[in-house]
Ligand binder design. Structure first.
Ligand code: SF4
Length: 457
């Protein structure tokens, strides 16, 4: 910790001091890399709106993250804390006395609800405050309470456009992911997909930076379509279809390749074609849940004839409703534009996932968190004929363990291979054997169900 500086003398500070919504103009926004592509496209969107933005190098500071946590925190909290501390250390070394923490804003969203994602920003605030000078490094923390509204972080007339293009950056990242998983197991020449995707990300960064501010959505989607067409040429049509594996779980772990020890690539090495749940699924869920709660609140106010709260819920109903409609429209537009060229996996609608749960009556959206998304997504994978499911999560993650407890007996009954994959940064000696066994079962399922002919190529 030599570069970070001297520990602060202890003074009382509220956990929410310097955590919230702050103007980011004239600062550099520091974005944690949960998802490699999305983080870069989102940073490019910020730059397009004339805000400096940088993706934090990830996992280099994981030891720092562990040093400044007790071990009881969730693994993503340790990783992101390590990333910000590592950045500060490096930046201080690079700039020396010119380093000023007030020039940066750390972008760390939060979630309300029963699990610990709402505490990452507060805990990390305490750690940053414990170093002299770092109290001035503010944390911008969009929250699920208002559907991750970014109102208050830049001039009001830019916010809506920024949020729209920012959402598209996530959908574009999802599509590039789906393209990777669709072509890499069938590539003509080993390694070409990874090289191509690296280049594709740079091209999309350029598109968001150039066209984002002017909201030239068609130009951005057009660039994506050209990349998808090019990606398809890497496919070898003579390679027979492989067993399809669906991934669900905690969003950070399933997106962060270092944290999940490159699970998708490992599964592909064992002969799988993999589809991970998307990034947009979570943000769509946040607006869907806001809309759902506003509806419930409004109906209850109406029954009790409570005028004031009724107005509040009506306003929420309109805000969340408009947001949800917009996201649905934009996501559909992007997928519809690329799917004529290659059959990428569609992203399911959140309302469809709720419908699955209601039909099967095994869980409810009333219990928020990712468990309702993971359980329903697994059932959807089963319905559309996947050959196995992996539930990826940080060790001790509450929603993922709920998922596991509910879904495991069902998978046994359905004779569908299912694997829990918890991670905490250590290397489990039995992990590879477990994956091999899982893939052996998935292969058997694949042959049992379609004679090995496959339906998806
Ligand atoms: S989802 Fe899991 S890992 Fe994430 S904050 Fe909640 S309990 Fe922790």
């Amino acid at each position: 910790m030599s570069g970070i500086a001297v520990e602060n003398t202890r003074t009382f500070r509220a956990l929410t001091e310097n955590v919230g919504k702050y103007h980011v103009e004239k600062k550099t926004v520091l974005i944690p890399e949960m998802h490699r592509t999305a983080a870069r496209l989102f940073a490019a969107t910020f730059r397009s709106f004339a805000v400096g933005a940088k993706v934090l190098e990830t996992y280099k500071g994981v030891d720092l993250g562990k040093q400044y946590t007790s071990g009881k925190e969730c693994y993503p909290c340790q990783i992101t804390l390590g990333d910000i501390l590592h950045f500060v250390e490096e930046e201080r070394m690079r700039l020396g006395s010119m380093f000023n923490p007030k020039n940066y804003i750390y972008f760390l969203p939060e979630s309300d609800g029963p699990c610990r994602f709402g505490m990452y920003n507060k805990y990390q605030r305490i750690v940053l405050n414990s170093f002299r000078g770092l109290e001035g490094l503010k944390i911008v923390s969009p929250t699920t309470k208002d559907g991750y509204s970014l109102s208050g972080i830049m001039e009001q007339d830019k916010v809506l456009d920024f949020m729209k293009v920012g959402y598209l950056s996530m959908v574009a990242a999802d599509i590039l992911d789906r393209l990777t998983w669709r072509i890499r197991p069938y590539e003509k020449e080993k390694g070409t997909t990874d090289d191509f995707i690296d280049r594709a990300i740079r091209i999309m960064e350029g598109a968001f930076e150039t066209f984002g501010r002017e909201k030239k959505i068609k130009r951005i989607i057009g660039t994506l379509v050209e990349l998808v067409k090019e990606g398809k040429t890497l496919l070898d049509p003579n390679i027979p279809p492989k067993p399809r594996i669906g991934i669900v779980g905690e969003i950070f772990l399933r997106m962060h390749a270092r944290a999940n020890q490159d699970l998708i690539r490992l599964l592909e090495k064992q002969g799988a074609e993999v589809v991970n749940a998307s990034l947009a699924e979570w943000v769509n869920y946040v607006s869907y849940e806001g809309l759902r709660n506003a509806k419930k609140g409004f109906i209850s106010d109406l029954i009790q004839l409570k005028g004031g709260p009724m107005k509040f819920h009506l306003k929420q109903l309109l805000n969340f409703g408009a947001d949800h409609l917009y996201k649905g429209f934009r996501q559909k537009q992007a997928y519809r534009s690329v799917r004529p060229y290659i059959n990428l996996a569609y992203d399911h609608k959140v309302s469809h996932l709720e419908h699955i749960l209601t039909e099967d009556d095994i869980f409810s959206f009333d219990v928020s968190t990712e468990a309702c998304l993971s359980i329903s997504s697994i059932l959807e994978y089963v319905r559309i004929g996947y050959d196995g499911v992996v539930n990826v999560y940080p060790f001790t993650c509450m929603p993922s363990m709920t998922t596991s407890a509910i879904i495991k007996p069902m998978m046994n009954r359905l004779r569908l291979p299912y694997l829990d994959a918890p991670y905490d940064g250590s290397f489990q000696p039995g992990r590879e054997a477990a994956l091999r066994t899982f893939m052996y079962q998935a292969e058997q399922h694949f042959h049992r169900n379609n004679g090995g002919v496959g339906l998806h190529i």
